[in-house]
Design a protein around this ligand. Structure first.
Ligand code: FEO
Length: 384
């Protein structure tokens, strides 16, 4: 696939992956992107997942049109991009592998059998010229691993952005960018908002006409849209006004309360999403918690704690630095309701989290008192 006169797409689509990075369902598969640059010298950006070595090497060979590969640039060492470094070097042993000190450390750890003939170690801000193309390497630690660097090509005003600006989904399926890019970002990079902000600041000084990420489509139009989304997500600002009501229910009574609250809020004109934490995609629930400005957690009390899927959900939020949001609670406990206290305590170390004053306690099933509390909680949520 031709991106420009001198940039070729040589990545692959994966429709057999069961869980990306061992935890994310990807109903439309995954793309592992890779690029070949043709100039006086040639360069290849990153390799692909271990299962696609042959297909990728064929793509690289076709794109090179009989030429040798001068440089293999490694922007990120996670195995979805680095797994074919050695297979590449078997075919192109003279190619110089370009990376930073951390890249080469990780190559030794992942591929101890590697003996690389030619290496080029670069520092932050250093450049490499292929002829017309001049690449500047910008280190982007923790977006999403410590060795990550992105590459700016001054000649084509192209940013090779590593994992940043990627999304779930193979490239032979067309789907909305925002939805699967958000789920990908929050799930995979969400914890590292400060580091993404740093990268965005560096990018704001560059004239960027095209973004070539390691997952998802090449972005060429309306780049402001994608940059703005990344700014919102990485600064932990709510993206939309709305309420996520996430519930963990056993026999349906807590679910009923969650749905009742949703009905009241919807009548008030609020956008509401209700999520069954035991049955829905956890990454989608986490994504929605970050997307909207208000959150209600509804859980049964279980073994003196909270239901396991609620515990896991809150862990997913706090480990991703969930902040700048207001949270309400519905707890259920037939003989010793404790869920509210336990849920709230899990946010103790979180920044800029506040809580609605009204809490709803249910003992087994809703009654007049708990229904009145639901109404009161809804009013409070609506006022905020
Ligand atoms: Fe696409 Fe962090 O690997």
């Amino acid at each position: 696939m031709t991106i420009s006169d001198s940039i070729r797409y040589v990545g692959v689509n994966d429709h057999s992956v069961d869980l990306f990075e061992g935890q994310y369902i990807v109903p439309n598969g995954m793309a592992y992107n890779s690029y070949v640059i043709l100039d006086d010298k040639t360069a290849v950006f990153d390799t692909v997942d271990v299962h696609f070595g042959e297909e990728w090497l064929r793509n690289v060979e076709n794109a090179l049109e009989g030429r040798k590969a001068d440089y293999l640039i490694i922007q990120h060492m996670e195995p979805d991009h680095s797994a074919n470094i050695l297979t590449f070097l078997e075919k192109y042993p003279d190619t110089a592998v370009v990376g930073n000190a951390k890249t080469f450390g990780l190559i030794k750890q992942f591929y101890p059998e590697a003996s690389i003939k030619n290496t080029l170690e670069v520092k932050d801000g250093e450049s490499l010229s292929l002829g017309k193309h001049k690449f500047t390497f910008v280190f982007a630690p923790m977006v999403h691993w410590p060795e990550v660097m992105v590459t700016y090509d001054e000649y084509e005003k192209t940013l090779f952005s590593a994992d940043a600006f990627g999304k779930f989904g193979a490239l032979d399926v067309s789907e909305d960018w925002d939805c699967e890019a958000r789920r990908y970002y929050i799930g995979i990079v969400g914890k590292y908002g400060a580091q993404v902000q740093k990268l965005l600041k560096a990018a704001s000084g560059l004239d960027i006409k095209r973004i070539c990420p390691l997952h998802g489509p090449v972005l060429e139009e309306n780049l402001e849209h994608y940059l703005n989304k990344y700014d919102t997500w990485s600064s932990y600002k709510p993206e939309d006004s709305g309420v996520l009501i996430a519930f963990a229910s056993i026999y349906g009574h807590t679910k009923t309360a969650a749905e009742k609250l949703a009905g009241i809020l919807e009548k008030m004109g609020e956008k509401v999403v209700v999520a069954d934490l035991a049955r829905e995609d956890m990454a989608e629930c986490v994504e929605d918690a970050f997307r909207y400005d208000r959150l209600v957690l509804a859980s049964v009390t279980y073994n003196g704690g909270i239901f396991p899927c609620m515990d896991a959900f809150i862990n997913h939020l706090t480990e991703r630095n969930y902040q700048n949001r207001k949270i309400g609670f519905i707890e259920n406990g037939s003989w010793g309701p404790a869920a509210k206290r336990i849920m709230q305590a899990k946010f103790e170390k979180s920044k800029d989290i506040s809580f609605f004053e009204t809490n709803v306690t249910i003992k087994s099933s809703l009654n007049d008192e708990s229904e009145a509390a639901l109404e009161k909680l809804a009013e409070e949520i609506h006022k905020n």
